[in-house]
Write a protein that binds this ligand. Structure first.
Ligand SMILES: [Mn+2]
Length: 327
């Protein structure tokens, strides 16, 4: 599927002042798409401003070296958002993900545009440019640049490369196609530096995170003849390593590197009676179905549960459901 960009090219030609936003808890695809689009509009002589509903997460601050991403209510007061001709929403089409920007979108008097690659979508009353087959919104912004005949600068190439790199897990997800690498080749030609971006994205962890990872790996236990791998983190693991909650992110994927593992689970003890559970599958096994039994949700291959109860209770109940599902 490919998008006909001409209506957006025409819309951009008609207007001068553009607001750009994305989902809260921005990731590299969100902010990379915002910055790439803002710089493209500026090369066309337009005014572009990025405002999100919350602050840019600290760990991706490197994506915004010129401090372009504003936060509604702090660096971007509500009254300063008047007088824009168009508001472009990138990398989401969900009211619930816009945070405080949802009210700005609802009350916006100018043209509303969505550029997105997600299947799940609300009607934002916008002109929508969507390609669910695209691995990242960043690649759609690159397509738009081509439609606009804007030459990609190094300042655009780096965030767009990071956008595609992170939404594909550094080019290893099933969403990756030849078009992914064609886009990456263009961005590398335009000045993106893959080794430096890899280091910024994946090699900036704290020592505490590595120590926590050690605990997590030490606790890995096989079930169902090795088809299921599970592990846990206790409040004491956090305290004794000095790691924080976000340091458990991505750890579960290490469990799926064991040969024969089809599914994985991690039980994170946040409080004595709150356990955060993440589930992954790399087979046909549907972990969302298990998550939904406990009030959680997600996707077939990645799902989560916030379990109101002690960790041992969560483990007993959810491991039972996983064993039953893997029979
Ligand atoms: Mn995305």
């Amino acid at each position: 599927m490919s998008i006909n960009w001409q209506p957006l090219v025409d819309l951009i030609g008609r207007h001068e002042r553009f607001l750009i936003t994305s989902h809260c808890r921005a990731d590299c695809d969100a902010v990379g798409s915002e910055i790439g689009l803002a710089l493209a509009l500026e090369l066309l002589g337009k005014h572009a401003r990025i405002v999100n509903g919350d602050a840019l997460p600290e760990h991706i601050g490197f994506m915004d070296p010129d401090d372009r991403v504003g936060e509604l209510g702090t660096s971007a007061p509500l009254e300063s958002l008047r007088g824009y001709d168009a508001l472009v929403i990138v990398d989401t089409s969900a009211w619930g993900q816009l945070g405080a920007m949802a009210d700005v979108v609802r009350g916006f008097a100018g043209e509303l545009v969505v550029i997105d690659h997600h299947i799940e979508s609300d009607d934002l009353n916008a002109t929508v440019f969507r390609d669910e087959t695209a691995e990242a919104t960043g690649r759609l912004i690159l397509q738009l640049c081509e439609a606009l005949s804007v030459e990609v600068t190094p300042a655009m190439a780096a965030p767009l490369f990071a956008a595609i790199a992170t939404d594909t897990g550094w080019f290893r997800f099933s969403s990756v196609t030849a078009a992914t690498f064609q886009a990456l080749a263009k961005l590398t030609d335009a000045g993106a530096k893959p080794p430096a971006l890899f280091s910024q994205l994946y090699e900036q962890h704290s020592l505490a995170r590595i120590h926590l990872r050690g605990r997590i790996l030490d606790h890995v236990t096989p079930e169902c003849d090795g088809r299921l791998m599970w592990t846990y983190v206790t409040m004491d693991d956090f305290a004794s390593t000095g790691a924080n909650r976000t340091d458990t992110e991505d750890a579960i994927n290490a469990l799926l590197t064991v040969a024969g593992a089809e599914a994985a689970a991690i039980f994170v003890e946040l409080e004595s009676d709150v356990t955060k559970v993440s589930l992954r599958s790399r087979s046909d096994f549907d972990v969302r179905a298990v998550a939904e039994q406990f009030g959680g949700g997600g996707h077939r291959a990645a799902a989560g549960i916030t379990y109101r109860g002690p960790r041992d209770e969560a483990q007993a109940a959810i491991l039972d459901a996983l064993r039953a599902g893997l029979q």
